[in-house]
Write a protein that binds this ligand. Structure first.
Ligand SMILES: NC(=O)c1ccc[n+]([C@@H]2O[C@H](COP(=O)([O-])OP(=O)(O)OC[C@H]3O[C@@H](n4cnc5c(N)ncnc54)[C@H](OP(=O)(O)O)[C@@H]3O)[C@@H](O)[C@H]2O)c1
Length: 266
């Protein structure tokens, strides 16, 4: 047992662990000696994540699953069995940038399901064992967009605002339960997310997933909401300071210009 496994439990569930921030969460939690339950759809990439974590002498359980499938959370919980889950990282998600009416509506609904319904259902399934043990940690990956009104990224931004408000409210309900909550709100980060979302951040600062996750890991137990990067924090403050009628056109201008591809391929 080390500090982290004593404080939270032996295993962490990381959704979306096949790439980007999820893979980085897996690696940095492995560095803390936490065993991993790695969840996503692409088995080969989950295996690569597990291989990277091996050097830290932790065990990994790979669960290949489309989290938007019916009964996926029941399947996941069956596979987890009675492992001692100390940390849940609700990370899997995707975005779609472009004119709302040009984007495929079924994909937008799927995005709402993955980004919002899955964290609600999975947290509900895993929290009881944390409450019973009287310890644990919930990490929710939201976004800087949660603080903004996001034309041309409207549904995605709304899903991330949902994640922020849900996780923040839940952390209040859990305040006397010895469960640490952390909500990570990254700005633009260099992962597959950008290409898949139809975003080309040519003139924007892009953070690395390593730095973003390091900030989250360092902040767990100390802070509730974490926005990595000074420019991202300034953006959040400006969004709170200026009236929306002034700030939203600026956000719209930026989002329109970084999502210029034809979204028909999405
Ligand atoms: N990158 C950014 O600029 C940025 C900024 C703010 C917030 N975020 C948030 O960060 C989180 C992680 O994104 P990322 O940047 O790391 O992007 P990413 O590299 O595309 O990772 C997304 C992960 O989610 C998994 N996933 C997607 N659909 C899934 C499904 N139906 N079932 C199970 N797993 C699924 C993907 O795995 P498979 O494809 O193998 O299933 C992948 O592992 C997301 O919630 C995103 O909203 C990203």
């Amino acid at each position: 047992m080390n500090d982290w496994t004593t404080r939270y439990g032996a295993w962490a569930v990381v959704t979306g662990a096949s790439s980007g921030l999820g893979r980085e969460f897996a690696i940095q939690l492995a560095q803390k000696g936490v065993n991993l339950i790695l969840v996503a759809r692409r088995t080969d990439l989950l295996e690569q994540t597990a291989k990277k974590c091996e050097i830290y002498n932790v065990d990994s359980l790979i669960i290949t699953l489309d989290l938007t499938d019916r009964d996926s959370i029941d399947t996941l919980m069956d596979k987890i069995g009675d492992l001692d889950i100390g940390i849940l990282v609700n990370n899997a998600g995707f975005g779609l940038a472009g004119n709302y009416m040009d984007l495929n509506v079924q994909k937008q609904v799927k995005m709402v399901q993955l980004n919002c319904a899955v964290p609600v259902e999975l947290t509900h399934a895993i929290l009881p064992q944390m409450l019973k043990k009287g310890k644990g940690a919930l990490i929710t990956v939201s976004s800087l967009t949660a603080f903004l009104v996001n034309p041309y990224f409207s549904v995605y931004g709304a899903t991330k605002a949902f994640d922020l408000l849900f996780a923040e409210a839940l952390s209040y309900e859990l305040r006397d339960m010895n469960i640490d909550s952390l909500i990570l709100c990254p700005g633009i980060t260099g992962t597959e997310f950008l290409k898949k979302s139809n975003i080309r951040p040519e003139f924007m600062p892009v953070m690395t997933p390593e730095k973003v996750v390091k900030k989250a890991i360092q902040s767990l137990g100390h802070k509730l909401v974490v926005i990595p990067g000074i420019i991202n924090r300034l953006t959040m403050f400006a969004a709170g300071f200026f009236p929306r009628c002034l700030f939203t056109p600026i956000v719209a201008f930026v989002l329109k210009h970084i999502s210029t591809e034809d979204p028909a391929h999405l």
